[in-house]
Design a protein around this ligand. Structure first.
Ligand code: GLC
Length: 426
């Protein structure tokens, strides 16, 4: 089969390469791992898997996929439906487990000692009808990144409500533009029509008291005045404190503007923290992180729960080596390496007390409570239909933010579409 990756032929060649300790020849496998990536994930992957390759004699090839989780999902679903045997492991988004469960091996037994070292809720999110379909490698919950130096320069406090953020962003933007920085923006986030917009919009709506699209009991709650008020607020940002182009931004576009020093605030995941403090960053040591704002005083901040896992394809020709790699990637050594090198939040409880991690990436211990209280997207209640639910949701939000229909009308239309999609039951 053809994968269309430039310069990279996927093949699953097993060669006799290492001799075991007792002189028994062992098979060294070439393992293929497909993964989307943001930031320095591709770069770090070779370092991450090196100890496992050395210990086992196997070789891992990462097949990089588009950064958008939506694009990855579309491709993986096709490969899995076709029973693609050339891919051994898939890096999977936290929301995919119910939809892809049938294609992955059950890791319950092999991970029976490792799984209890992880946060139970995360293991639970990857368990479908009693089957552990993927092992968590990192969790995710966004931060509001803010420029400490600029808030100080303009005498602006760290905002607690979205209204305060709007005012603060405008003040810093006006000041920086007057000082000659024509490209400077108040607030950057992810407005492209994809899963990332679902994450952002869930945060706006939930923090305005407007629910979580589809509730845990399966009821469709999204068509309500608080949700509409949230979207109206955000619409007011487009072209004022946020560039018109934000409606095409994913994580990396937002980080690009932020890390070159051209934004006062950014909504992004923790991976942007380490990179923002990198040697080549214009905002190194100049920023802080806090929780996302609330709709009004008395509302609670909402962070969408993200995160990534590793699943072993049931079509893999090297299931033993693939399972061994999955266990390694979900284990403490790899999670610690990833935490330090990529500022990804571990899913192993003990790593939140690790001094090396805390020293290298202070956001990690600070973010434990944020992800533990994060809001899940409705992938569990909507089962196999989550992808369609999300795509209808982000489309309605994107239309609203683009000026195509009012929030109230678009949410009413969304409710009708979701009701039809649901039928008698999700
Ligand atoms: C992050 C999250 C993931 C989410 C994605 C949206 O990668 O970890 O769960 O779906 O962002 O863009």
């Amino acid at each position: 089969m053809s994968f269309g990756f430039k310069g990279r032929a996927l093949r699953s060649a097993a060669v006799l390469a290492i001799v075991g300790a007792l002189g028994t020849p062992a098979m060294a496998d070439e393992i293929f791992y497909v993964s989307g990536a943001v930031g320095n994930a591709v770069e770090n992957f070779a370092n991450l898997v090196k100890p496992w390759e050395e210990a086992t004699g196997h070789k891992v090839t990462m097949v990089p996929m588009p950064a958008s989780t939506t694009d990855q999902f579309g491709q993986y679903r096709l490969w899995l439906a076709a029973g693609a045997a050339d891919i051994d492991l898939y890096q999977t988004d936290v929301i995919w487990a119910p939809q892809l469960a049938d294609h992955f091996l059950d890791l319950t037994e092999v991970a029976k000692d490792l799984a209890p070292t992880h946060f139970p809720s995360i293991i639970q999110s990857q368990t479908v009808n009693g089957k552990l379909v993927a092992l968590p490698i990192f969790t995710d919950a966004p931060a509001l990144y803010y420029r400490k130096d600029l808030l100080e320069k303009y005498g602006v406090a760290v905002p607690k409500t979205w209204a305060e953020l709007t005012v603060a962003a405008q003040a810093v933007q006006d000041g920086e533009r007057a000082a000659g920085k024509g490209d400077f923006w108040g607030f950057v986030w992810q407005g492209n029509a994809y899963e990332g917009l679902t994450c952002n919009a869930l945060e706006w709506i939930k923090s305005f008291g407007g629910g979580q699209i589809v509730e845990a009991d399966g009821s469709i709650s999204v068509n309500n005045p608080k949700a509409a008020a949230a979207l109206d607020t955000v619409k007011g940002w487009v072209g004022t404190i946020s560039p018109e182009g934000v409606l095409a931004y994913q994580e990396e576009e937002a980080r690009g503007v932020w890390q070159t020093g051209n934004a006062a605030f950014m909504r992004n995941w923790p991976y942007a923290y380490g990179l923002g403090n990198g040697a080549d960053s214009a905002v190194k040591d100049l920023f802080g992180v806090t929780t996302l704002p609330v709709g009004a005083e008395g509302d609670t901040s909402a962070a969408t729960l993200g995160g990534w896992n590793v699943a072993v394809s049931k079509y893999s020709k090297h299931p033993d080596a693939a399972i061994s790699l999955a266990m390694y990637l979900a284990g403490p050594e790899a999670q610690k390496q990833r935490a330090i090198a990529e500022s990804n939040l571990p899913t192993i409880v003990a790593l939140y007390d690790d001094a090396d991690i805390a020293a290298a990436q202070p956001i990690i211990p600070q973010w434990k409570d944020v992800f533990l209280n994060a809001v899940p997207r409705p992938s569990a209640p909507t089962l196999g239909k989550y992808n369609e639910v999300s795509s209808k949701f982000w489309s309605a939000v994107h239309a609203t933010l683009s000026g195509d229909g009012t929030a109230a009308d678009n949410l009413a239309g969304l409710e009708a579409d979701l009701t039809e999609l649901k039928g008698d039951a999700w």
